[in-house]
Design a protein around this ligand. Structure first.
Ligand code: ZN
Ligand code: ZN
Length: 64
C-alpha cells in the first residue's frame, strides 16, 4: 500500500469538506493508477485507460 497526496492520473485531491482520504486503485491489465474521480473511471468501477474492471486498491490519498 502506498500513500498519495493526489491522484496520479487526474490530480484530484480529497475534498477537504468530505472524507479525509480516498483510495487509489491500480489496474491489473495496464498498470494505470486512478481514483473514483478520474474521467472515464465510471466512479471508480473501471480503468479509465483500458476499461478493465480488474483492479485493486493500491493505496490511500490523504488530504494535507
Ligand atoms: Zn487498465
Ligand atoms: Zn483520479
Amino acid at each position: 500500500m502506498s500513500d498519495y497526496h493526489r491522484c496520479p492520473n487526474c490530480g484530484h485531491k480529497p475534498d477537504s469538506w468530505g472524507a479525509s482520504h480516498m483510495e487509489i486503485y491500480r489496474c491489473d491489465d495496464c498498470g494505470t493508477e486512478f481514483c473514483h474521480r478520474c474521467p472515464g473511471s465510471n466512479g471508480g468501477r473501471e480503468c479509465p485507460r483500458c476499461r478493465s474492471r480488474r483492479f485493486r486498491t493500491n493505496g490511500k490519498c490523504y488530504a494535507k
